[in-house]
Design a protein around this ligand. Sequence first.
Ligand code: RB5
Length: 145
Amino acid sequence: MEKLAIACDHGGYDLKNAIKLHFADKVEFIDLGTNSTDSVDYPEYGQAMAKAIIAGDAERGILICGTGIGISIAANRSPQVRAALCTDVTMARLTRAHNDANVLALGARIIGEQVAFDIIKAFLTTKYEGGRHDLRVKQLGKGII
Ligand code: RB5
């Protein structure tokens, strides 16, 4: 069973619970919070994801905030994180195939539950293509070049 870190702010809390329930028999989730709809600051949860990836607690993760934007910006401050904000299945497929994205970001106020499930399925099942993409992905890991 794949281990996935998952984190959200208050805007993503309900969708996070729905995702955990929907994928319960396929994924072991490491839940990094938040644990209620009380208002919190999304940078804390984006950074918690980055720390979990760097520590090797999970190879991949899912982030959720209202738009998916703030929390993905926060996680992407770390060069080891390649967080991709996806609003459809094609984006999820291509960011795995071309960017080797290791974190999927979702906007709970932007997409519906079923779309989120379909995006996650594509993210989990699509393999990185390597080849011509390798140099570019390595460049991302170097930060500013
Ligand atoms: C919280 O209100 C909201 O700003 C946050 O969830 C996210 O959309 C930020 O990018």
